[in-house]
Design a protein around this ligand. Structure first.
Ligand SMILES: Cc1ncc(COP(=O)(O)O)c(C=O)c1O
Length: 436
């Protein structure tokens, strides 16, 4: 095989593809074949080897308008941009809707939900009958938190490092119904599964009913051993709710293999679906016992669609999920996971060597992927984040939570190495100045 010929030919085909990304057409109609053709020369490469191949990833970068943003966006964990094809799809669906909303929305676009359900189920490795489509991870998870029957004195075990919306929902149940919400605190980063599992195990009492888990801790990017915790919880008769906001569309797993009972996620983070999209998974045999958050003709039904009675919502956003799935599938989850982990390692390993700079996240592959926290001695996180933005036009988010104090950096597939070089250079200058 002649690598250089293949490489030239890939670049040629890729240029055609990049052009196609930006014209007024949808990926699944026009690009699937040319993309398949263009990526043929990389077929034999492992996801790890491909992770460092800039020829391949430069094509993906150009599929995103965010790659040419005047500021460097390194908070994709907060919310991610959509590729151009997804933006175009939403615009088209919106134009179509406004030609006559009650017809085009309810008679036409509404028909697309079942194929979306199938597509999401395929990506999640589960049955479509276990997937409900909604607007964000909060809506998905709060449906379960408020929908489960619990009585006064029943215990729920969570952590102070779960997401605030979910903690607030559990606290509301504690105030209103007298359930007991116990929260553990971890000293992240931790590179020992047993230490984490043991902490949950020790918190279990005869009154414990539920463990609420976050798959990837949003504050510093720690990947939790959810499967081991879920297994242990089931041995004690507890149910497990998994917050997968930062894992779905990024890490290569199937939802059932996590062995939880309930799983909620945003789709507007690493899947790059339109902003305002989310998904709920409930193990089939558990659907009937969860009360819907909004309303349903038969609230005890075992039909997952009972969680989709949301009233009027944005059908263009919902239908845009389909284009995001096409784009994601054209890359493949494993490749995406490895590339984004490579990007995190690329900046974090260099930054770690700068005197005064500390990485607050494990760099072992099993404990982190996209997100990592960084701090500079002598600067608080919000000052560091402000300097990064005001002086270097690098947008990040600062975290100050009990025992986690850092600036969180989260690249995406469209992030360029040159952007990460700028980050490392900026950290170097800031650290030198802070010392001096
Ligand atoms: C761990 C975690 N769960 C849930 C959410 C909420 O996501 P959404 O805005 O889609 O409701 C976030 C948002 O960043 C998060 O980090």
């Amino acid at each position: 095989m002649n690598y250089y010929n293949n490489r030239r030919s890939f670049i040629k085909k890729a240029s055609a593809l990049v052009g196609a990304f930006s014209i007024n057409s949808l990926f699944h109609q026009l690009h699937a074949e040319s993309w398949k053709e263009a990526t043929k020369s990389f077929e034999g490469l492992s996801a790890q080897d491909l992770a460092a191949n800039e020829d391949y990833w430069s094509v993906i970068q150009q599929g995103y308008s965010a790659s040419s943003s005047p500021i460097i966006i390194l908070n994709n964990g907060g919310v991610s941009p959509s590729p151009v094809v997804v933006q175009q799809a939403v615009e088209r669906f919106n134009q179509m809707t406004n030609q006559g909303p009650s017809y085009f929305m309810w008679q036409i676009l509404d028909q697309g939900r079942e194929s979306l359900r199938e597509g999401l189920a395929k990506l999640g490795g589960c049955s479509a009958e276990e997937i409900a489509i909604n607007r964000n991870a909060t809506e998905a998870l709060v449906t379960v938190i408020y929908g489960l029957d619990l009585k006064k004195g029943d215990e729920v075990i969570g952590s102070t490092q779960d997401y605030p919306n979910m903690m607030q929902a559990w606290r509301q149940r504690a105030i209103r119904e007298g359930i007991v919400y116990k929260q553990l605190t971890f000293d992240f980063p931790i590179e020992n599964d047993e230490e984490i599992v043991e902490k949950y195990r020790k918190a279990i009492t005869p009154k414990s009913k539920i463990i609420h888990l976050t798959h990837v801790i949003n504050w510093n990017g720690q990947i939790m051993p959810v499967k081991k915790i879920a297994r242990m919880a089931h041995e004690h008769g507890l149910e497990v709710i998994i917050d997968g906001a930062h894992s779905f569309g990024l890490l290569d797993f199937t939802i059932p293999e996590l062995e939880g009972d309930y799983f909620g996620t945003s789709l507007h983070k690493y899947l790059s679906a339109p902003i305002g999209s989310g998904m709920l998974w409930i193990r089939k045999e558990k659907i009937s016992k969860v009360w819907p958050l909004v309303c349903a003709g038969d609230p005890r039904s075992d039909n997952i669609r009972k969680f989709e009675n949301l009233g009027t919502r944005s059908f263009p956003i919902e239908q845009g999920i389909g284009e995001a799935l096409n784009f994601h599938n054209a890359i493949g989850t494993k490749r995406k996971e490895e590339r984004i982990r490579y990007l995190k390692d690329y900046w974090a390993k260099k930054a770690k060597e700068i005197p005064g700079v500390q990485i607050q996240t494990s760099l072992k592959a099993e404990y982190s992927c996209a997100l990592a926290g960084v701090s500079v001695a002598g600067l608080n996180p919000s000052d560091l984040s402000s300097i990064l933005f005001n002086t270097y036009k690098i947008h990040t988010t600062s975290i100050s939570l009990e025992n986690i104090h850092c600036v969180r950096i989260s690249p995406h597939v469209y992030t360029k190495l040159s952007d990460l070089d700028r980050l490392v250079e900026a950290l170097g200058k800031i650290a030198t100045k802070s010392k001096g």
